[in-house]
Every structure is written in structure tokens, then in C-alpha cells.
Design a protein around this ligand. Structure first.
Ligand SMILES: C=CC1=C(C)c2cc3[nH]c(cc4nc(cc5[nH]c(cc1n2)c(C)c5CCC(=O)O)C(CCC(=O)O)=C4C)c(C)c3C=C
Ligand code: FE2
Ligand code: FE2
Length: 339
């Protein structure tokens, strides 16, 4: 009997931490019009003449610091584990493929394996809890661009976001429990950043996001596709699960690139503010990521950790991502079965 197809897609990572491979990865990633969303000539100039030449050697050093001798990039390692564990859960009725939006394993190869196996349908799960055009949207576009060339197009569905997935929320809360959150002075929910311009482009009313006070602090019918609103919602659900009152946590956004304004507040500014207020211990969640990666392991632990200590703080503790937690695999299994 024909199998059902599942395609898990994460963002991507370089093939190795060498400067050449990091350059290749950054080049493919940042030339995506959904990522650097400016006109093509300006994008080519910014990426090829400025960002990549300067960033590649610096990023290569960071990748070297997180690269495991045996398992390589944490993002790829955990993504492969998620694919394997989901496959075991779903059994023979399903074919589960993993791809990265940039570099390898490629979406092209994963889709051609599904095509060859004549799967009767495909469920695409971009592994980003909150919708952003630069992440989920880009995966959706790439898959549609490839599949539109097929002679026979099977039933195909996309998970657009899962920012309120109950089992995911529980996994983050469970992961934090072992650190005894009550022993920390403050909790941060640090999401990957996004240029403000991209938030406004997702606002189809043109008059809500970043135009109305506290526009994205709560999710409603107008901002339901807004990355910032979905991020705040995820944070509030994890906080509720942990019984955290509002004054004990702050939502913030990390990893800004370039000089344009990104979604605020910036994590580095919040870290500095916390140190100034005399806080000594911070517990940090990164709920935009389902796998630990450069942005969690290095940026939070090392960069924000060092910044906090330099300003008088003592300890920044990262709550690990969903990785291979059985409850997160339950969440993926349920997403597949219900879709
Ligand atoms: C969570 C979803 C992500 C969104 C949205 C996103 C937007 C976005 N990112 C950049 C620039 C960079 N991101 C980088 C790394 C990176 N980004 C995500 C996820 C999202 N990005 C992940 C999972 C990772 C980690 C990859 C890994 O190998 O571990 C990087 C590269 C690292 C570095 O050089 O610092 C850049 C650059 C932009 C510009 C953007 C939206 C416009
Ligand atoms: Fe990113
Ligand atoms: Fe918004």
C-alpha cells in the first residue's frame, strides 16, 4: 500500500565549520528574497560585498565552538534524531524525510525520494513554531516551486505554525523545571529576531502591527499571523504552564543583523537592563527553536552570558530546546496523525 509522506524541514546549517562552507551557507540563506527582503540589486550587493565577506570568518569561529567532533552541527544532529524517532513512532505506514531549507540535506533530494516512493500525500512540517515569511514562508515557497513541476502532484499540506502546541509548551516547561526556576531572579523568553519591516508586511490591514500600542502583546484575529504576536503567545503559554506571574518574565528578540530596526525589545538590551537592576541569575528560554543550534548554545550561553557577567550579573542559564524529548516527538506524531 502507498505510504503517507512527511517532510520535516529546518533552516539549515553549514556542511562544516570551515570559512568556505559557512560562506556558502550564508550566501544561499541571505540571498533568499524572503530573508533579505530588499530589491535584488541591493540584496546582491549587501550579501556578496558586505555581509558574507565580513560575517563568514566570524561565524566560522562560532560554528567551530559548537561543532561536535562526532555529531557535527547540533541543528542537524537533533533534526536527524527527530526524523528517526518520529519514523519509529509512525511505523511502516509513513515515510518520514528530513530536509534543510538551505544546504543539506536538500529539499530537492527529500522530495524526489518521496516522489520515487509514490507516496499518496505529503505533510510538510517547517520546524518553526511561530510563522515568519523568512522561515516558514520560505520553506512553503521552495516546496511549492519544486512540486509544481511534477506531472502528478499528490495531496500536499503545510503546517503554517504551531506556536500554541500544548505538548511543545509542556516540553519547554518540563525542561525548565530541573533548573528550579524559582531560584532565578528573572526569566527571559528570547525569540529569534526579525526586521520590523517584515512584521509590517505580514499585517494585511496595514494599520495594526507596530502602529497600535502594544499591538503584538496578545494574539487576536487581526494579528494571528504576526511573528511577534505568536511569540508573545508562546511565551505566555509557557509562563502559565509554569505558574509564572507577568512581572517574573520578559519577552525579547535576539540575533539582529544589519542596522534596520528589528522587533523589540532586543535581548542584549534586556540583559543589560537586568544587570543594571542588580539581578544576578537569569533563566533563558529560546522557544523559536525546536533544536539547539548556534543561536541558543552560543549566543545565549556565551554572548549574553559574558555580557551579563561583564555588567555585574552572575549566571545565564539556557533552557535546552525540544531536541529529542519524547514529549516533543509525541507532539510531532500528533501533528501528523491529526493532519
Ligand atoms: C526561528 C526561525 C528563524 C527566523 C524567523 C530567522 C530569521 C532570520 N535569520 C537571519 C539571519 C541569520 N540567522 C542565522 C542562524 C539561524 N537562524 C535560525 C532560525 C531563524 N532565522 C536558526 C535555526 C539558525 C541557526 C543555524 C545553525 O546552524 O545553528 C544566521 C547564521 C549564523 C550567524 O552567522 O550568526 C544568520 C546570519 C535573518 C536575516 C532573518 C530574517 C530576516
Ligand atoms: Fe536566523
Ligand atoms: Fe504584530
Amino acid at each position: 500500500m502507498a505510504k503517507k509522506g512527511v517532510l520535516l524541514v529546518n533552516l539549515g546549517t553549514p556542511d562544516s565549520p570551515s570559512t568556505a562552507d559557512v560562506r556558502k551557507y550564508l550566501d544561499e540563506f541571505l540571498m533568499d528574497p524572503r530573508v533579505i527582503d530588499v530589491n535584488p540589486a541591493l540584496r546582491t550587493f549587501l550579501v556578496k560585498a558586505i555581509i558574507v565577506p565580513f560575517r563568514a570568518p566570524k561565524s566560522a569561529k562560532l560554528y567551530k565552538a559548537i561543532w561536535d567532533e562526532k555529531t557535527g552541527s547540533p541543528l542537524l544532529h537533533y533534526s536527524l534524531l527527530q526524523q528517526q524517532l518520529l519514523k519509529e513512532r509512525l511505523g511502516d505506514e509513513y515515510m518520514v524525510e528530513l530536509a534543510m531549507r538551505y544546504q543539506s540535506p536538500s529539499i530537492e533530494d527529500a522530495l524526489s525520494r518521496l516522489k520515487k516512493a509514490l507516496v499518496k500525500d505529503i505533510l510538510v512540517i517547517p520546524l518553526f513554531p511561530q510563522y515568519a515569511s523568512a522561515s516558514t514562508g520560505s520553506v512553503q515557497e521552495k516546496v511549492m516551486r519544486l512540486v509544481k513541476e511534477w506531472q502528478t502532484i499528490p495531496d500536499i499540506r503545510f503546517i503554517n505554525s504551531f506556536h500554541d502546541n500544548e505538548l511543545m509548551i509542556e516540553t519547554f516547561a518540563d525542561n525548565a523545571a530541573k533548573y528550579q526556576p524559582e531560584t532565578y531572579d528573572h526569566i527571559l523568553f528570547s525569540f529569534h529576531g526579525l526586521p520590523q519591516r517584515q512584521l509590517m508586511k505580514c499585517d494585511h490591514t496595514g494599520s495594526y502591527c507596530l502602529k497600535v500600542n502594544d499591538c503584538c502583546a496578545t494574539l487576536n484575529d487581526t494579528n494571528k499571523f504576526c511573528y511577534s504576536a505568536q511569540s508573545h503567545h508562546t511565551a505566555s503559554l509557557i509562563a502559565a504552564k509554569m505558574g509564572l506571574p507577568k512581572e517574573r518574565y520578559t519577552v525579547c528578540f535576539q540575533s539582529r543583523l544589519g542596522n534596520d530596526p528589528w522587533v523589540q525589545p532586543y535581548t542584549s538590551e534586556i540583559v543589560a537592563q537586568m544587570a543594571k537592576e542588580g539581578k544576578k541569575r537569569l533563566l533563558v528560554f529560546c522557544p523559536a527553536f525546536v533544536s539547539d543550534c548556534l543561536e541558543t548554545v552560543f549566543e545565549v550561553t556565551n554572548e549574553y552570558g559574558d555580557e551579563f557577567k561583564a555588567l555585574g550579573g552572575e549566571h545565564v542559564q539556557l533552557v535546552e530546546s525540544l531536541n529529542d524529548s519524547p514529549k516533543w516527538i509525541d507532539a510531532l506524531e500528533k501533528m501528523v496523525i491529526e493532519n
